[in-house]
Design a protein around this ligand. Structure first.
Ligand SMILES: C[S@@+](CC[C@H](N)C(=O)[O-])C[C@H]1O[C@@H](n2cnc3c(N)ncnc32)[C@H](O)[C@@H]1O
Length: 209
């Protein structure tokens, strides 16, 4: 899967490899991003769904930390790469090839659902967000994260870090836009982090409802 791209040394979907053996800038960026995602929710011993899991950048470390993880991705080759990264790490991650817009799981099946670096890739993110909310338990957490259109204040730092063309997104990821798509309104945003133009929001049930 590893190859040269305008963004770095490896396939953009194989951030698992980029985080371990990419350029120094890639390793720094992904290490920071992974830490934020891991800190966003309490996952140890819990049932976790990683939607758009790619090659297991997040799914594998979460399994190493003791979560029971399922990764869903449209791409069979990304799921196969996740399997081999999980094997190498000595953990099990259930891999499912499916669309994030039609998740093959019952309502409220997971304690924590992640959508990491995936909503900004699709033109109609509403279905993804609603599906993620549907399969998340009522007392669970939904973590939505991705690069937003880099803010002028962060663009310099990101360019310095990544050294070249940074990833841009046609669908700017903002908390407000994501909020608009979370229609059942039982979720409220709890925390928002935006280091290096990477936005992480954690949505939790509104306990007043
Ligand atoms: C940029 S990678 C992010 C991988 C990982 N979540 C991370 O944060 O490093 C996006 C992944 O989402 C997958 N993807 C894109 N659209 C999808 C969809 N509609 N349903 C399921 N997976 C999707 C792609 O195949 C790719 O593996």
């Amino acid at each position: 899967m590893a190859q040269s791209t305008p963004h770095g040394q490896v396939d953009p979907a194989d951030y698992y490899v980029a985080a371990q053996s990419g350029s120094r800038a890639e390793r720094t960026f992904h290490a920071a991003r992974l830490r934020l995602l891991q800190d966003a929710a309490n996952t140890s011993g819990r049932r976790v769904l990683d939607v758009g899991s790619g090659a297991g950048f997040l799914a594998v470390p979460l399994a190493v930390d003791g979560a029971q993880v399922t990764g869903v991705d449209l791409s069979p080759s990304h799921i196969a790469a996740m399997d081999s990264h999980a094997d190498a790490a000595g953990v099990e991650v259930e891999g499912v090839v499916a669309s994030a817009a039609a998740l093959p799981f019952d309502d409220e099946s997971f304690d924590v659902v992640y959508l990491a670096s995936v909503v900004h890739l699709v033109s109609e993110p509403g279905a993804l967000l609603r599906e993620a909310e549907r399969v998340c338990k009522r007392d669970g957490q939904l973590v939505v994260a991705g690069p937003w259109r880099f803010h002028p204040k962060s663009i310099k730092a990101v360019k310095r870090l990544l050294g070249k063309k940074v990833e841009t997104t046609s669908w700017p990821f903002t908390v407000e836009r994501v909020q608009r798509y979370l229609l059942r309104s039982r979720l409220v945003t709890r925390t928002v982090d935006r280091p290096m133009g990477y936005v992480v929001t954690v949505w939790s049930p509104d306990r007043r409802k």
